[in-house]
Design a protein around this ligand. Structure first.
Ligand SMILES: [Zn+2]
Length: 487
């Protein structure tokens, strides 16, 4: 990530030719992020951070409506605390950054830079929770986490990243399961309704679940190159951590019991997913529901100074009208640059809808529009501008969702036989849906031979009656699982 890049004419490699290069170019060229002096860590620039703030504002509102409260725990976690839950330690060990020196001295007890906060939070929860009246406890924190990564990509995998981590404690396991699924639903709704991305939501295999969890649920994105991006997770921790950290409460019979817990998170990786799924050779495509601005009005230049003034005033009036109707609008009066240059810049910056205003538009009382997603052009009568603009923005949101759903479906292939499985993934990367006995040995064989891992058992297939055989061992399959290579 520290390597410097040079750009071509438009600054972008073609997405279809080299998606990784295209992605890196686009992230830099559109000023979402920049490389930093710290290997594997990126700088989130204002345009990228604005997207993250949008993510935060949507999710934060849903969390609060459900009674989840925000808080903040320390970045440094004492190593002895981290070691308490054995699976958790084993799962995170390869990625831990440990502070051994501070204040000019070697520390008696090292600290871990938080890769996730279960351990430090739950140590504290043991002091906060005594009675059933203290439950449920629902908290969330927006923070940074550090996971030492060998191969990094901006937003998708960086050593330090931003996320939210929700943590809840309940009297019963049923309540905890309900909460785990509610968080998963929030994430699915967020991706589908706001990011306009069709996703797979489901359960992770035992081998792929969160270290220390009983069950992990995940949102998986299908990237247009056929790889998978784990885009949010929600864990049912059962009473595993409660036992380790000695969290207990007196139930209404005055009986001492361990409570049940959940944790769930979504990170800045979501922005990488958004770019990968919707972006094209001209730049980013941002869904209108999260775009700011949603509309750019380009006032066209004119040879006559007098005409320019008229155009400018007219464009300002349209700008004001649309803003009053609640649209997020920006007015471009940059007459110094050519129209082509101005259009390129706005396309790269992904404003969903462009309006152009010149002499003809004023004369005909019709305004030219161009959609960013598919470059459809047309004219809107001035007296119907607000309602028509609203319709176009809704259509963009719908159309890019449908497009992402088509990508997902086209890149998912159901197979009955392992030879067919291997033949398909030898030629290209796709999601494969296939019968599996749910034994780790078969999962490992697939991983070793094809690099594909289990992604999820889709939610709607959990209750499906098993039919068919495991493609590896030919024992009866428990379910049909999705396999894909991780991005
Ligand atoms: Zn098997």
């Amino acid at each position: 990530m520290t390597q410097k890049k040079s750009f071509g004419k438009r600054g972008l490699t073609k997405k279809s030719e080299n998606i990784s290069q295209w992605y890196n170019d686009l992230i830099l060229r559109s000023k979402l992020a920049d490389y930093s002096e710290v290997k594997g860590s990126m700088i989130i620039r204002p345009d990228g951070y604005a997207l993250w703030e949008k993510v935060q504002s949507i999710l934060d509102q849903w969390f609060k409506e459900d009674g989840v409260k925000n808080c903040y725990f320390p970045l440094l976690i004492p190593y002895y605390l981290f070691k308490k839950e054995k699976d958790h330690l084993k799962g995170f060990s390869p990625e831990l950054a440990v502070v051994t020196h501070a204040g000019g001295e070697k520390l008696a007890e090292p600290y871990v830079l938080r890769p996730t906060s279960e351990t430090i939070m739950y140590k504290t929860f043991a002091n906060w929770i005594h009675s059933h009246r203290d439950l449920p406890l629902k908290i969330n924190q927006w923070c940074n986490v550090v996971r030492w990564e060998k191969r990094t990509y901006p937003f998708l995998r960086t050593t330090e990243f931003l996320w939210q981590e929700g943590h809840t404690v309940h009297q019963t396991e049923e309540e905890a399961v309900e909460m785990t699924l509610k968080a998963l639903d929030w994430y699915q709704k967020f991706y589908e309704e706001y990011f306009a991305i069709s996703v797979y939501a489901g359960i992770k295999s035992d081998q792929e679940k969160f270290a220390g969890a009983k069950t992990t649920y995940s949102i998986e994105l299908v990237i247009p190159n056929g790889k998978a991006l784990q885009a949010a997770t929600s864990h049912n921790l059962s009473d595993n951590f409660a036992k380790v950290f000695n969290i207990t409460f007196l139930d209404n019979q005055e009986k001492k019991r361990h409570p049940f817990q959940t944790s769930w998170g979504l990170s800045t990786r979501s922005i990488g997913g958004l770019v990968l799924v919707h972006g094209d050779d001209s730049g980013l495509i941002i869904p209108p529901k999260i775009a700011d601005p949603q509309i750019v009005i380009i006032a066209l230049s004119d040879k006559q100074e007098k005409q320019v003034k008229i155009i400018q005033a007219y464009a300002a009036k349209i700008h004001q009208n649309l803003e009053e109707q609640g649209f997020k609008v920006i007015l471009d009066l940059d007459f110094r640059h050519s129209l082509g240059y101005r259009i390129n810049e706005w396309e790269l910056k992904c404003v969903p809808l462009r309006l152009e205003i010149g002499q003809n538009e004023i004369k005909d009382k019709k305004i030219k529009f161009v959609r960013r997603d598919d470059f459809t052009k047309g004219f809107i009568a001035e007296n119907k501008l607000a309602s028509e603009v609203g319709k176009i923005l809704d259509n963009i949101q719908k159309d890019i969702f449908i497009k992402s759903e088509k990508i997902k479906n086209d890149l998912t292939i159901e197979v009955e036989d392992y030879q067919e499985f291997k033949k398909i993934v030898k030629d290209r990367k796709v999601f494969i849906r296939a019968g599996w006995c749910e034994n780790e040995k078969c999962e490992n064989k697939i991983k070793e031979e094809t690099k594909l891992t289990t992604r999820v058992l889709e939610m709607q297939r959990i209750k499906e009656k098993p039919k068919g055989k495991c493609i590896i061992c030919h024992q009866p399959a428990k379910h049909k699982w999705l396999f894909a290579q991780s991005y």
